[in-house]
Design a protein around this ligand. Structure first.
Ligand code: HEM
Length: 208
Protein backbone atom coordinates (compact mmCIF):
# COMPACT_ATOMS: atom_id res chain seq x y z
CA UNK A 1 0.00 0.00 0.00
CA UNK A 2 1.39 3.42 -0.92
CA UNK A 3 1.58 6.13 1.73
CA UNK A 4 -1.36 8.12 0.30
CA UNK A 5 -3.59 5.04 0.49
CA UNK A 6 -2.38 4.45 4.05
CA UNK A 7 -3.24 8.02 5.03
CA UNK A 8 -6.77 7.56 3.74
CA UNK A 9 -7.08 4.17 5.45
CA UNK A 10 -5.75 5.29 8.84
CA UNK A 11 -7.92 8.43 8.93
CA UNK A 12 -11.10 6.84 7.59
CA UNK A 13 -12.88 7.04 10.95
CA UNK A 14 -11.71 10.65 11.48
CA UNK A 15 -13.21 11.49 8.08
CA UNK A 16 -16.45 9.71 8.90
CA UNK A 17 -16.74 11.75 12.13
CA UNK A 18 -16.11 15.04 10.28
CA UNK A 19 -18.52 14.17 7.49
CA UNK A 20 -21.20 13.08 9.95
CA UNK A 21 -21.52 16.47 11.66
CA UNK A 22 -25.09 17.76 11.98
CA UNK A 23 -24.06 21.02 10.34
CA UNK A 24 -23.32 19.26 7.03
CA UNK A 25 -26.51 17.28 7.25
CA UNK A 26 -28.41 20.57 7.48
CA UNK A 27 -26.33 22.21 4.75
CA UNK A 28 -26.72 19.32 2.31
CA UNK A 29 -30.42 18.99 3.13
CA UNK A 30 -31.13 22.65 2.35
CA UNK A 31 -32.10 23.44 5.97
CA UNK A 32 -29.68 26.30 6.67
CA UNK A 33 -30.70 29.93 6.38
CA UNK A 34 -28.32 32.49 4.94
CA UNK A 35 -26.62 33.44 8.24
CA UNK A 36 -26.29 29.72 9.00
CA UNK A 37 -24.48 29.11 5.72
CA UNK A 38 -22.42 32.32 6.04
CA UNK A 39 -21.16 31.23 9.46
CA UNK A 40 -19.11 28.43 7.86
CA UNK A 41 -17.62 30.76 5.24
CA UNK A 42 -16.57 33.15 8.02
CA UNK A 43 -14.82 30.43 10.04
CA UNK A 44 -13.11 29.11 6.91
CA UNK A 45 -11.75 32.61 6.27
CA UNK A 46 -9.87 32.47 9.59
CA UNK A 47 -8.52 28.99 8.87
CA UNK A 48 -7.28 29.80 5.38
CA UNK A 49 -5.84 33.13 6.41
CA UNK A 50 -3.33 31.24 8.56
CA UNK A 51 -2.97 28.16 6.35
CA UNK A 52 -2.17 30.25 3.27
CA UNK A 53 0.22 32.44 5.22
CA UNK A 54 2.03 29.22 6.14
CA UNK A 55 1.97 28.17 2.46
CA UNK A 56 3.83 31.39 1.65
CA UNK A 57 6.54 30.39 4.12
CA UNK A 58 6.67 26.75 3.01
CA UNK A 59 6.80 27.51 -0.70
CA UNK A 60 10.62 27.50 -0.54
CA UNK A 61 10.84 24.16 1.28
CA UNK A 62 12.13 21.37 -1.02
CA UNK A 63 9.45 18.89 0.09
CA UNK A 64 6.47 20.91 1.36
CA UNK A 65 6.91 23.48 -1.43
CA UNK A 66 5.90 20.89 -4.04
CA UNK A 67 2.44 20.67 -2.44
CA UNK A 68 1.85 24.43 -2.60
CA UNK A 69 -0.18 25.33 -5.70
CA UNK A 70 -1.38 28.84 -6.51
CA UNK A 71 -4.58 27.58 -8.11
CA UNK A 72 -5.67 26.21 -4.72
CA UNK A 73 -5.58 29.63 -2.99
CA UNK A 74 -8.93 30.09 -1.22
CA UNK A 75 -8.44 33.43 0.49
CA UNK A 76 -9.44 35.68 -2.46
CA UNK A 77 -12.60 33.57 -2.94
CA UNK A 78 -13.45 33.72 0.78
CA UNK A 79 -13.02 37.50 0.84
CA UNK A 80 -15.28 37.86 -2.21
CA UNK A 81 -17.86 35.47 -0.70
CA UNK A 82 -17.95 37.33 2.64
CA UNK A 83 -18.23 40.68 0.88
CA UNK A 84 -21.21 39.31 -1.03
CA UNK A 85 -22.85 37.52 1.90
CA UNK A 86 -22.17 39.98 4.75
CA UNK A 87 -21.31 43.27 3.05
CA UNK A 88 -18.21 45.41 2.60
CA UNK A 89 -17.93 45.81 6.38
CA UNK A 90 -17.62 42.05 6.89
CA UNK A 91 -14.24 42.30 8.73
CA UNK A 92 -16.00 44.14 11.55
CA UNK A 93 -18.85 41.66 11.64
CA UNK A 94 -17.19 38.25 11.79
CA UNK A 95 -14.86 36.71 14.34
CA UNK A 96 -13.15 33.37 14.89
CA UNK A 97 -14.99 30.98 17.21
CA UNK A 98 -13.07 29.43 20.08
CA UNK A 99 -12.50 26.10 18.21
CA UNK A 100 -11.41 28.02 15.10
CA UNK A 101 -8.95 30.00 17.23
CA UNK A 102 -7.58 26.74 18.59
CA UNK A 103 -7.26 25.42 15.03
CA UNK A 104 -5.34 28.58 14.06
CA UNK A 105 -3.11 28.26 17.09
CA UNK A 106 -2.15 24.73 16.05
CA UNK A 107 -1.41 25.92 12.52
CA UNK A 108 0.84 28.65 13.96
CA UNK A 109 2.55 26.07 16.13
CA UNK A 110 3.42 23.54 13.42
CA UNK A 111 2.65 24.67 9.87
CA UNK A 112 5.27 27.43 9.61
CA UNK A 113 8.27 25.42 10.76
CA UNK A 114 7.57 21.69 10.29
CA UNK A 115 7.20 20.78 6.58
CA UNK A 116 5.32 17.48 7.09
CA UNK A 117 3.05 19.18 9.64
CA UNK A 118 2.22 21.85 7.10
CA UNK A 119 1.45 19.18 4.48
CA UNK A 120 -0.79 17.33 6.97
CA UNK A 121 -2.96 20.43 7.38
CA UNK A 122 -2.75 21.32 3.69
CA UNK A 123 -3.86 17.81 2.73
CA UNK A 124 -6.77 17.72 5.17
CA UNK A 125 -8.29 20.97 3.93
CA UNK A 126 -7.58 21.08 0.19
CA UNK A 127 -8.16 17.42 -0.66
CA UNK A 128 -11.39 17.72 1.30
CA UNK A 129 -12.35 20.85 -0.63
CA UNK A 130 -11.72 19.01 -3.88
CA UNK A 131 -13.84 16.06 -2.70
CA UNK A 132 -16.66 16.73 -0.21
CA UNK A 133 -16.43 20.42 -1.09
CA UNK A 134 -17.63 19.59 -4.57
CA UNK A 135 -20.60 17.67 -3.14
CA UNK A 136 -21.39 20.84 -1.17
CA UNK A 137 -21.01 23.06 -4.22
CA UNK A 138 -23.68 21.03 -6.00
CA UNK A 139 -25.95 21.07 -2.92
CA UNK A 140 -25.61 24.85 -2.58
CA UNK A 141 -26.76 25.21 -6.17
CA UNK A 142 -29.54 22.62 -5.90
CA UNK A 143 -30.91 23.47 -2.46
CA UNK A 144 -30.29 27.21 -2.19
CA UNK A 145 -29.87 28.36 -5.82
CA UNK A 146 -26.45 29.70 -4.82
CA UNK A 147 -23.59 29.82 -7.30
CA UNK A 148 -20.83 32.27 -8.12
CA UNK A 149 -20.43 35.09 -5.55
CA UNK A 150 -21.14 33.66 -2.08
CA UNK A 151 -19.95 30.18 -3.05
CA UNK A 152 -16.69 30.92 -4.88
CA UNK A 153 -14.85 29.07 -2.11
CA UNK A 154 -16.15 25.81 -3.59
CA UNK A 155 -15.04 26.64 -7.15
CA UNK A 156 -11.54 25.82 -8.36
CA UNK A 157 -11.16 27.31 -11.84
CA UNK A 158 -8.48 25.51 -13.80
CA UNK A 159 -8.31 22.55 -11.41
CA UNK A 160 -9.56 19.16 -12.50
CA UNK A 161 -10.18 17.56 -9.07
CA UNK A 162 -9.60 13.96 -10.08
CA UNK A 163 -6.29 14.57 -11.87
CA UNK A 164 -5.17 17.01 -9.19
CA UNK A 165 -5.84 14.53 -6.39
CA UNK A 166 -3.93 11.84 -8.31
CA UNK A 167 -0.89 14.12 -8.59
CA UNK A 168 -1.22 15.03 -4.92
CA UNK A 169 -1.32 11.39 -3.85
CA UNK A 170 1.80 10.77 -5.93
CA UNK A 171 3.55 13.56 -4.00
CA UNK A 172 2.52 11.91 -0.73
CA UNK A 173 3.72 8.51 -1.97
CA UNK A 174 7.14 9.91 -2.87
CA UNK A 175 7.71 12.32 0.04
CA UNK A 176 11.09 11.39 1.61
CA UNK A 177 9.75 10.78 5.13
CA UNK A 178 10.98 7.89 7.22
CA UNK A 179 8.60 5.68 9.22
CA UNK A 180 8.75 7.93 12.28
CA UNK A 181 7.99 11.04 10.25
CA UNK A 182 5.16 9.25 8.43
CA UNK A 183 3.60 8.36 11.79
CA UNK A 184 3.93 11.95 12.97
CA UNK A 185 2.26 13.06 9.74
CA UNK A 186 -0.61 10.62 10.28
CA UNK A 187 -1.11 11.90 13.83
CA UNK A 188 -1.19 15.48 12.58
CA UNK A 189 -3.79 14.65 9.89
CA UNK A 190 -5.88 13.02 12.57
CA UNK A 191 -5.54 16.13 14.72
CA UNK A 192 -6.44 18.34 11.74
CA UNK A 193 -9.64 16.33 11.30
CA UNK A 194 -10.47 16.74 14.99
CA UNK A 195 -9.88 20.49 14.83
CA UNK A 196 -12.25 20.67 11.86
CA UNK A 197 -14.81 18.52 13.65
CA UNK A 198 -14.69 20.79 16.71
CA UNK A 199 -15.17 23.85 14.49
CA UNK A 200 -18.14 22.17 12.78
CA UNK A 201 -19.59 21.03 16.07
CA UNK A 202 -19.60 24.65 17.23
CA UNK A 203 -21.23 25.70 13.94
CA UNK A 204 -23.90 23.09 14.62
CA UNK A 205 -25.47 25.46 17.15
CA UNK A 206 -26.84 27.49 14.21
CA UNK A 207 -28.75 24.42 13.04
CA UNK A 208 -32.38 24.75 14.02
C1 HEM B 1 -20.53 16.55 4.11
C2 HEM B 1 -19.26 16.54 4.29
C3 HEM B 1 -18.29 15.71 3.48
C4 HEM B 1 -18.50 14.92 2.40
C5 HEM B 1 -19.81 14.64 1.67
C6 HEM B 1 -17.22 14.37 2.03
C7 HEM B 1 -17.03 13.50 0.98
C8 HEM B 1 -15.83 13.00 0.55
C9 HEM B 1 -15.64 12.05 -0.51
C10 HEM B 1 -16.74 11.46 -1.38
C11 HEM B 1 -14.31 11.81 -0.61
C12 HEM B 1 -13.62 10.83 -1.56
C13 HEM B 1 -13.13 11.52 -2.80
C14 HEM B 1 -12.11 10.73 -3.58
O1 HEM B 1 -11.75 9.60 -3.23
O2 HEM B 1 -11.64 11.26 -4.57
C15 HEM B 1 -13.66 12.62 0.39
C16 HEM B 1 -12.31 12.67 0.57
C17 HEM B 1 -11.70 13.49 1.49
N1 HEM B 1 -12.31 14.31 2.42
FE1 HEM B 1 -14.26 14.54 2.70
N2 HEM B 1 -16.26 14.84 2.86
C18 HEM B 1 -16.87 15.67 3.76
C19 HEM B 1 -16.27 16.36 4.79
C20 HEM B 1 -14.92 16.47 4.96
C21 HEM B 1 -14.26 17.27 5.97
C22 HEM B 1 -14.98 18.15 7.01
C23 HEM B 1 -12.93 17.11 5.81
C24 HEM B 1 -11.79 17.72 6.58
C25 HEM B 1 -11.72 18.99 6.85
C26 HEM B 1 -12.74 16.22 4.68
C27 HEM B 1 -11.52 15.83 4.18
C28 HEM B 1 -11.34 14.92 3.15
C29 HEM B 1 -10.03 14.51 2.66
C30 HEM B 1 -8.69 14.97 3.20
C31 HEM B 1 -10.26 13.62 1.62
C32 HEM B 1 -9.21 12.91 0.79
C33 HEM B 1 -9.00 11.49 1.28
C34 HEM B 1 -7.92 10.83 0.44
O3 HEM B 1 -8.24 10.38 -0.64
O4 HEM B 1 -6.76 10.80 0.88
N3 HEM B 1 -13.95 15.84 4.20
N4 HEM B 1 -14.60 13.32 1.09
Amino acid sequence: MGFAARVREVTRSDHAAAQGMAYFDALLGGRLDRPGYTALTAQLFFVYETLEEAAGEMRADPVAGAFVADELARLPALVADLTHLVGADWPARVSASRPTSEYRARLREVAFTWPAGFVAHHYTRYLGDLSGGQVMRRALQREYGLEGPGTLFYEFPGVEPRAFKQRYRHLLDTAPWDAVEQDRFLDEVSLAYRLNTAMLDDLGKVVA
